[in-house]
Design a protein around this ligand. Structure first.
Ligand SMILES: [Zn+2]
Length: 300
């Protein structure tokens, strides 16, 4: 993705990796013909031969005149990612390489001319394992905040939900994520709960969008009449633009996730608002456009 400019705000994509994931595992309820019917514009996001969707794992680096904001921190390095957990169990073979992985994420971030010290805000759209990984890094056997000067923004609902799941003997996986990627931030005093007083400057708004997780947030950029929407995990693949009532196996509350997605997709259709989803691959940024009585995602 080339650097995008919204008035005084710029946005870059910092890559942690690209995942290939079986479409039917991600969307157990899907009619696979949907992909074939939309293949003309889906080639960056779906491999027809293997029936895999491509899931990019990236952060968005937002720079305003006063703040360097990192949205979502992907999977991370050296994390111990094994054990029981509802989603992990169903996809054990596919996700096993998240265990003790090693990516060039920090070098990718630094290629934008920034150090880890220069990040002011880390905003997690939600607290799933692929959005909090680089919150911390391993230093001499201890998990420490990767961004020592940043305030980390978490949603209260997600944190409470995560604590509850971490205590469940059936969700060892969430416990690992909580202990290595959330707890060190709480203990360092860098965690702040999102509320009405959260202020990221007049160009940035946080929008509560529950469903995928109980306290999921989208982030809207509105500067000099240029608009962008970071949709987090409201959307995992652009097929959900064509069929917004299609939740993934990763969604905590499928019905609420569908309601939220349908509303957001409706609001974004045929506007000039650039959509920046957490997992779209290719050049990632695009517009939701009406097309032949349907909708599609056009990369820009
Ligand atoms: Zn995700």
């Amino acid at each position: 993705m080339k650097t995008l400019y919204f008035g005084d705000v710029s946005v870059d994509k910092v890559i942690d990796g690209i995942e290939r994931f079986p479409a039917l595992n991600a969307f157990p309820d899907i009619d696979m013909e949907l992909f074939d019917q939309n293949i003309e514009w889906m080639h960056s996001f779906y491999e027809p031969a293997s029936k895999m969707i491509l899931l990019s794992m990236h952060s968005y680096l937002i720079r305003t005149k006063t703040l360097n904001i990192l949205v979502d921190t992907c999977i991370g390095n050296n994390k111990h990612r094994v054990g029981q957990g509802p989603i992990y169990k169903q996809n054990e073979g596919i996700l096993s390489h998240w265990n003790n992985r090693n990516s060039d994420y920090i070098q990718n971030l630094e290629s934008f001319g920034l150090s880890t010290e220069s990040i002011d805000i880390v905003m997690c759209t939600h607290l799933h394992a692929d959005h909090v990984g680089w919150n911390t890094r391993l230093e001499n056997g201890t998990w420490v905040p990767t961004f020592p000067n940043a305030k980390y923004l978490f949603s209260d609902e997600d944190l409470e939900n995560m604590k509850k799941e971490s205590n469940s003997p059936f969700d060892e996986y969430t416990k690992l994520v909580y202990q290595d990627s959330i707890l060190p931030i709480m203990e360092s005093g860098q965690a702040t709960m999102i509320d009405d007083s959260t202020d990221l400057g007049r160009e940035i708004n946080l929008i509560k969008t529950p469903g995928h997780s109980p306290g999921h947030y989208c982030l809207e950029i509105d500067s000099n009449n240029k608009k962008g929407m970071l949709t987090g995990d409201i959307l995992h693949n652009p097929i959900q633009v064509t069929c917004p009532s299609l939740s993934t196996v990763f969604c905590d509350d499928k019905d609420l996730s569908n309601q939220t997605r349908m509303k957001i997709v409706d609001n974004l259709t045929d506007t000039n608002t650039v959509v920046l989803a957490a997992h779209f691959s290719g050049t990632t940024a695009g517009l939701i456009n009406s097309h032949n009585n349907s909708r599609r995602f056009d990369l820009i």
